[in-house]
Design a protein around this ligand. Sequence first.
Ligand SMILES: [Fe+2]
Ligand SMILES: [Fe+2]
Length: 196
Amino acid sequence: MANKQKAKKTVTSKAADAARVKKLGSEKLVAALNRQVGNEMHASLQYVSIASHFDRENLPRLAQFFHRQADEERDHAMKFVRFISDIGGVLEIPAIASPKSRFGSAAEAVGLSLEWEHTVTEQIYRLVDIAKEDRNYIAMRFLDWFVNEQLEEMNTMDTLLSLVERAGEENLLLVEEYLGENGLAAVGGSEGGASE
Ligand SMILES: [Fe+2]
Ligand SMILES: [Fe+2]
């Protein structure tokens, strides 16, 4: 009899746990948030790799810009990590693909970054779609910050790509000079990120 009661209690608390998780974040949403932790971490590693490319090319301002972007992407990943905890989800960081390491030109490296930012925007939109399907207003509010951030990130990379293309591979020192005179904030960038 006592065992039966105990069993019943376990079932009830399991049901309560399930209800709690469902209320704060569905399994589908938590899985997608975990994937995004991986995507942001991948972006961070990609930007470290690009920064190292510019370091090797003796272009310190461009290197600094990408080191800062890398830090920002890690901050993004950590925002997702904290949110997963806040909604009672299990953090399951996926395998992170190694970033591209070699670039034929600055335009190729910055172009890849711009392309990646567009991909991330699509990933964030997909997360918003899931949050909407779930009628999860908490998650929608959380994701709003990322929607705004992506606009800034895409604009920043777009501006930098224009500068790099306009200067041409032979005149990247002009980009360095521009970034030196105007600060990294001249190409956009956000708080604590690309701004100086
Ligand atoms: Fe990001
Ligand atoms: Fe980004």
